[in-house]
Structures are given as C-alpha cells and as structure tokens.
Write a protein that binds this ligand. Sequence first.
Ligand SMILES: Cc1cc2nc3c(=O)[nH]c(=O)nc-3n(C[C@H](O)[C@H](O)[C@H](O)COP(=O)(O)OP(=O)(O)OC[C@H]3O[C@@H](n4cnc5c(N)ncnc54)[C@H](O)[C@@H]3O)c2cc1C
Length: 291
Amino acid sequence: MQPFAYARPETLAETVALLERHGSDVRLLAGGTDLVINLRDRKVRPTIVVDVKRVPELAPGITARGDGSLVFGATTTMTEIAAHPVVRRDLAALAEAAAVVGSVQIRNRATLAGNLCNASPAADTAPALLIHGATVVATGPTGDRRIPLDEFFVRSGVTTLVPGELVRAIEIPAPASRIASAHQRRTRRRGHDLASVTVACGVRAGGPVSIAYGSVGPRPLLRIDPSGVLADPATPDDVRAAVFESIFADASPSATSMRAGPDYRLAMLRVLGRRALETALARLTSGEGLP
Ligand SMILES: Cc1cc2nc3c(=O)[nH]c(=O)nc-3n(C[C@H](O)[C@H](O)[C@H](O)COP(=O)(O)OP(=O)(O)OC[C@H]3O[C@@H](n4cnc5c(N)ncnc54)[C@H](O)[C@@H]3O)c2cc1C
C-alpha cells in the first residue's frame, strides 16, 4: 500500500473543499470495503484519503418523507437497509439485494453510496434501485445536483460524478401506484463473491414491468416493458420469451471474466429474470413485501 495522508472532516463544506483542493489525488472512504482492497492492490494511489463517516450531512439513516418518497443517507449500511421495515415492505428487491452483499461483517460496513460510487457492474443494489427509479443526490462546490441513477453509471469504476462532487444521499420517489419487486442473483458456489448475474424486477398493477440487470456488461442496465405482456398470466410462452429477449438484448458479458463464461451468464440472466418476475408478480397479488 502506498502511503497517503488521512483527513476526517466534520462538515460537508469541509469535505467538498478537500475534494476541490486535491482533485484526482483524493479518494473518499466510507465503509472502506472496496477502497481498502483497491489501496492494498495499488489499483488506486491517492495522496489523501478523506473519511466521511463523521460528516453529519452524509449520516446513515432512512427517512420516509410526507410525500411517500424515501431518502437514504450516503453512509447508510446494507445491514440497516436489509432490516428496515419500510424498505422490506415497499422496496423488497432492495432489502433482498442488501441482505446478500458479502457477509455480516461486510454488510455492517458497506454503504449504499459506496456500492454505487464504486460502480462495479456487479453492484447488487444497483438493479433494485434502478427499477424503483432512484436518484443520486450529488453535492459539489456549486451545490446539489440530482442524477437519475440510470444516468449515473458509465463503466466499471466510472460514474458521471464530476471532480469536486460526492454523493450526499439517494432518493426513491413515491410511486404513482405500488411497485412489487424482487431481486435474484447467482454467485460462484463458495465464498462471499460478487454476482455473476444480478437481476431485479418491478411490477405495477396494470402490467408495466421494469427489469434491471448487472454483471453482464460494463454497467447495470434498466429496461422497461410497458406492454403488460410479461405481467399477464394469459400471455403465451413464445410471446413472453420474445419480450424477454428484447429486454436482455444489450447484455454483453465479458469473455475473460474469472467468475463465469458469457454463455452461462446469459443463460442465468434469463432464468433469474423469470424468477424475479414470478416473485414480483406473486408479491403484487398478495399485496405484501418481505415479512
Ligand atoms: C468480501 C467482500 C464481499 C463483497 N460482496 C459484495 C456483494 O455480494 N455485492 C456487492 O454489490 N458488493 C460486494 N462487495 C463490495 C462492497 O462491499 C460494496 O460495494 C460496498 O457497498 C461498498 O461500500 P463502502 O462503504 O465499503 O465503500 P468504500 O470502499 O468506502 O468506497 C467505495 C468507492 O466509492 C467512493 N465513495 C464512497 N462513498 C462515496 C460518496 N458518498 N460519494 C462519492 N464517492 C464515494 C470511494 O471513494 C470508493 O472509490 C464485497 C466486498 C468485499 C470485500
């Protein structure tokens, strides 16, 4: 590990000033579950690491607003998300995704903003947040900027944050009607591994279906089928299969990944997509989320 300076600011303004002053030489530290490994492996070589855990504006917490929207503080951990009653009831896919990140120890440290800012194509919370229409609240020298999550990811390790910006919060809007959702993923058999395929599905009464998927290309993708075909139990299998094919048409798994070959990933994407849809439809019918 290359030596670096360490700062622990106590205000958002101080944090933004550090980002401005040090430009591309600075890295933020939240839970550290990605950053520390990248520092150790010298994949990143900052001259200064800025620990954001004492910044009150980034504090962990999930707030339900009066209008039905939800706000996640940047340093909210996977453990908090997976256990939160409103998330379990209304954003089942997100609670399920948070609950499978790493191990108990990782989930106690890993933050939601860290998962998004690391911008791994395999980030498990990304598909769930995409189907629920999440927005990233970025703060920089000129104030706040709201970025729809689908416009946040570029490729592995790269987001549309600009120099001087950090993620302050993640917002989920109140849906016009209930979205029932589910998350599915596949990992290699042993160990706490990143997903070979990670998928979330959201269904609304009346049939629009959103499916988001990751680990099968350079960034997570969101696809929406407004037709109602996928949600209709009377749809013939061949018609449903054709819609699925168009939804998954842009999957482009790496041919050189150590986790799984492209054929396997593409096959699993279809299996897990169907399972996520079935589970989301069952939740829509029952009116329930996770217990
Ligand atoms: C053993 C192990 C298992 C794992 N399993 C999974 C898994 O199953 N699924 C999964 O999705 N991930 C997994 N991960 C990856 C990791 O735990 C998650 O990505 C985690 O959510 C990262 O959050 P963090 O707070 O630890 O981020 P950090 O490591 O602190 O930061 C990650 C990156 O985001 C930047 N960053 C952090 N906060 C902000 C902010 N507010 N604004 C701007 N930039 C910021 C940092 O500078 C850094 O570049 C695993 C990691 C390990 C070590």
